[in-house]
Design a protein around this ligand. Structure first.
Ligand SMILES: [Zn+2]
Length: 481
């Protein structure tokens, strides 16, 4: 009897186990089961596995690759979310014991993808449309060696390095306080922004605060530096975890102050954090110190938890952190988009493009303005462009704007062979480039509406390269680690 009941219970559980995933998938209507579980010790291996699962679950939106290896050969993964030419850079865990920041950006990544998959809306913005213009580039763990040491201790490191690691840890075998990389260098004191004048607290490799012998000596800082230089993001956020405050100003140019102050104030209002007033003599070397001076664009260093002393932030703070951050990525993404568009003016263009899937169209090249009827796949003439937008002509509807990332250059189909000899024997496909042409038939094709696109020159000079030239290319699939 007893045994029989157990057997029945077992069978019932077995049936449920088989059926449940199917039921969940069917009832979700596009919503998927969460991949990132934020309430657990979040290791490098777990992160690597989650990145791959996210890319598999959202192939149309997420790609990933490695930008290089850490001192101990762990990959510095970057996850790309979105298809637009305007880049936003998020990075986390420069400091080993601050790995709750990795959980935060991983959860943001999944939230962004899930929202987009189910046609989510944030403040009237269709989030899927944002990703036609903006791409989030996320490096969730800048310091995988340090995080691993902090979480797993010496066992995860080669025997011959144990004595050195213990020495750098002030003769303790408890690595909970570890902040540095695997070589005892503080990665957030490694960037070339007033590095010489960093107020030194340590003069040799240590579990914290050692700035190294020279800037970018640590592989991880060098990789971040090269990657960021190549990417030229509109905005960078470098997450740390102590104090619920936001650093945002490092010798910021007076002309950029109104823009950067508005951004940090919006972020502070959303999170409840305090924006830190700039010091008279700031100590440099941090990622955002360098970013602000190098690019003249806004960067924030949010400290996303109350100060907890020399250890990792307990997971019991997770709910509080997520409540503060759950919408911040939309603020960051829309701010980057608006900032990039400020420097863009509408120009005449002459090109022929192809849409391979239906696209949302807009009456103006502005995500915050009204959308118009969708447009079917097909071949369209481009008459103007503005930043990440094309103006196309739709018969019967006049002109509409679409995201450039939706379009690909149209190639004339190869003419079928005809019996009459052709004067041009090489009938190679002709790709019409989207270059402005003074002879475009634009004048005879009046726009349906006046477009408020002739943006006046603003007080914000966007100096770094044109964001429209960096459409992401397909990324190679990294091997398992
Ligand atoms: Zn930190």
């Amino acid at each position: 009897m007893h045994l029989f009941l157990r057997k029945r219970t077992f069978l019932l559980l077995l049936i449920l186990a088989i059926l449940l995933p199917t039921l969940v998938a069917a009832s979700g209507g596009g919503s998927k089961q969460a991949i990132v579980n934020p309430k657990q010790l979040y290791s490098y291996e777990l992160m690597t596995s989650d990145i791959k699962k996210l890319a598999d679950a959202y192939p149309e939106l997420i790609r990933y690759r490695s930008i290089g290896k850490s001192e101990y050969g762990r990959e510095l993964w970057v996850m790309e979310i979105g298809n637009g030419p305007i880049n936003v850079l998020l990075n986390a865990s420069h400091h080993a014991r601050e790995w709750i920041t990795t959980i935060t950006v991983m959860n943001m990544a999944e939230t962004m993808a899930a929202s987009t998959a189910k046609q989510g809306v944030w403040k009237q913005l269709n989030t899927a449309d944002l990703f036609d213009h903006v791409t989030f580039q996320i490096v969730p763990m800048v310091n995988p060696d340090g995080v691993t040491l902090q979480q797993k201790g010496l066992a995860a490191f080669p025997q011959q390095d144990h004595a050195g690691l213990i020495k750098m840890n002030k003769n303790s075998r408890d690595f909970k306080r570890w902040k540095a990389n695997g070589k005892g260098v503080d990665l957030n004191r490694q960037y070339p922004a007033d590095w010489d004048t960093i107020r030194q607290a340590e003069y040799a490799p240590s579990y914290k605060n050692y700035k190294g012998k020279k800037p970018l000596e640590a592989k991880e800082a060098q990789l971040m530096y090269n990657f960021t230089k190549q990417l030229k993001p509109e905005i960078a956020i470098s997450y740390h975890s102590s104090g619920e405050i936001i650093f945002w100003n490092f010798k910021t140019k007076a002309s950029n102050l109104p823009r950067d102050r508005a951004f940090v104030q919006a972020y502070a209002a959303m999170t409840g954090y305090r924006a830190v007033a700039p010091e008279a003599n700031p100590s440099g070397g941090g990622f955002t110190d360098w970013f602000i001076t190098e690019f003249g664009k806004p960067a924030l260093t949010p400290e996303i938890a109350p100060a907890v002393g020399e250890t990792n932030v307990p997971l019991s703070y997770w709910d509080r952190i997520w409540k503060q951050h759950k919408d911040t990525m939309w603020l960051i993404g829309t701010t980057a988009y608006e900032q990039a568009m400020l420097s863009e003016k509408a120009k005449k263009a002459s090109a022929t493009i192809e849409l391979t899937s239906p696209a949302t169209t807009y009456r103006y090249p502005d995500l915050n303005r009204e959308t118009a009827k969708g447009v079917k796949p097909g071949v369209y003439k481009v008459t103007r462009e503005k930043g990440s937008w094309y103006e196309i002509q739709i018969s019967g509807q006049g002109s509409r704007w679409i995201a450039k990332s939706m379009a690909k250059p149209w190639s004339k189909p190869k003419p079928t062979p005809t019996p009459t000899p052709s004067p041009t024997p090489t009938a190679s496909p002709v790709v019409t480039p989207p270059s402005p042409s003074p002879t475009a038939p634009i004048a005879s094709e009046p726009s349906a509406e006046p477009t408020p696109t002739a943006a006046p020159a603003t007080e914000i000079p966007i100096v770094a390269g044109s964001p429209a030239s960096t459409i992401p290319t397909p990324l190679p699939t990294p091997s398992s680690t």
